[in-house]
Design a protein around this ligand. Structure first.
Ligand code: ARG
Length: 457
């Protein structure tokens, strides 16, 4: 088969070279974007009187016919045609004959592939924002059901201070909110149009880049044609934001794995999201959160991979840049699938509120509140801290909790203690008392929940 660029060559391409350098195996993923970009381009060519109305119509109809065949799965791509751009062009030529050859006037595959990729990343960025919103909805549903559920809050994975389960969950709401903001912000740059930059230097045809920018709903054109064809920052940004999303997914996954363990027994994941063991009949494994945690690695890898591809490249287009796509596709697949699982898994998990409460009732996480108690009565906090440290040690040695000690015992450590210390030590009070802005106190959490709901509505 003769190549679209075959004129200058006297020999056939080596088969192995053809295989190795082709991208059609994966860039067929861009078929819709490629056709969309071509229709915008050819419409512009006509508007600028570079081709006739009749030629434009033939090409647009031809592209629509190719699109239809693609949708029906009737198209066979070939490695000989290297990539999606030349495959589509070949299919167009088969469809409408030589007039199809006018499609590529004033255009290069370099601005074409950049355009396709911008369109793809934009679509997926919007997709991720929607999927993250679904996860946030699940978080809000669970938080709303647990504005009275008290659990241990941890630092160093040691019991620290009791918190509301709603508060703990909502922390993730805000992480995902910032992720959405990052994706939103990145759209400003994803929406730069490279189309019309040509191979690198622009074109001699009197094209109108503003026309294609509008047609493809971009917000501005790249002011520099060399930058336009060699910029992949927008893809790096997508991978970088997605990496951070995976960090957040991985962290909440780790919590789900912990909480569903026999050691914690704070939650039970729905059977639909767990799997069993082929040897141990009792097992119910949290495979989904484990795998989400594990898949974080490949997304980070994709980010580092693309950064590394780009770091030594001179301007403008280099074939290396064909390596920009697979990592992005893989990231999309990983995130899209992951977020689609995370949302229902969070929504359906059972929360063992009694176990959570039992945990805070049998620990020393109310110790800070005794220190605060003495500090309110005038003892400098540092001194109070020291006194309570001794009380905690005393209680541990007696194998008792702070609520089990008597007022007389408290008074031995400091005469400022009164009967009201016991209500202050009740975990419910401990939580309620943290009423500073953004704290875990009920009033604050209600406020926070309302903010979250407002953002979703
Ligand atoms: N398949 C190529 C890529 O993905 C398209 C651009 C090819 N341009 C070129 N001058 N070889 O980067």
């Amino acid at each position: 088969m003769s190549k679209l660029w075959g004129g200058r060559f006297t020999k056939q391409t080596d088969k192995l070279v053809e295989e190795y350098t082709a991208s059609i195996q994966f860039d067929q993923n861009l078929v819709h974007e490629d056709i969309e970009g071509s229709i915008a381009h050819v419409s512009m060519l006509e508007a600028c009187q570079i081709i006739t109305k009749e030629e434009k119509e033939k090409i647009v109809n031809g592209l629509a016919a190719v699109q239809k065949k693609v949708d029906k799965g009737e198209v066979e791509y070939s490695v000989e045609n290297e990539d999606i751009h030349m495959n589509i062009e070949k299919l167009l030529l088969d469809e409408i004959g030589t007039v199809g050859g006018k499609l590529h006037t004033g255009r290069s595959r370099n601005d074409q592939v950049a355009t396709d990729f911008h369109l793809y990343v934009r679509k997926q960025t919007e997709n991720m924002i929607e999927l993250l919103t679904e996860v946030q909805r699940s978080i809000v549903i669970q938080a709303e059901a647990h504005t009275d559920t008290i659990m241990p809050g941890y630092t160093h994975l040691q019991r620290a201070q009791p918190v509301l389960f709603a508060h703990h969950l909502l922390a993730y709401f805000w992480m995902f909110e910032r992720d959405k903001q990052r994706y939103e912000d990145s759209l400003k740059r994803v929406n730069w149009s490279p189309l019309g930059a040509g191979a690198l230097a622009g074109t001699t045809f009197p094209i109108d880049r503003e026309y294609t920018k509008e047609a493809l709903e971009f917000t501005q054109i790249y002011p520099n044609s060399m930058d336009a064809v060699s910029d992949r920052d927008f893809a790096v940004e997508f991978l970088s934001i997605s990496s951070l999303v995976m960090t957040h997914i991985s962290r909440i996954s780790e919590e789900l794995v912990n909480w569903s363990s026999q050691e914690f027994q704070f939650i039970e994941l729905d059977d639909a999201f767990c799997t069993g063991s082929s040897i141990m009949p009792q097992k119910k494994n949290p495979d989904v959160p484990e795998l989400l945690r594990g898949k974080t690695g490949r997304v980070y890898g994709n980010l580092v991979g693309l950064l590394t591809v780009l770091k030594g490249l001179p301007l403008a287009y280099n074939k290396d840049m064909q390596e920009d796509k697979e990592g992005v596709f893989d990231t999309v697949k990983t995130l899209d699938g992951g977020l689609r699982l995370l949302a229902p898994m969070l929504k359906t998990m059972q929360v063992h509120t009694d176990n959570m409460y039992k945990a805070v009732a049998h620990d020393y996480s109310n110790a800070t509140d005794i220190a605060d108690y003495l500090a309110v009565k005038g003892l400098p906090f540092r001194e109070a801290h020291e006194v309570i440290g001794k009380i905690v040690l005393y209680a541990i040695q007696k194998d008792q909790f702070l609520l089990d000690l008597t007022l007389d015992e408290y008074k031995q450590f400091n005469p400022l203690f009164e009967e009201d210390i016991f209500e202050k030590l009740d975990p419910k009070h401990v939580v309620k008392a943290r009423n500073s802005a953004g704290g875990t106190g009920h009033k604050q959490v209600e406020k926070q929940l309302q903010m979250a709901k407002d953002l979703l509505s």
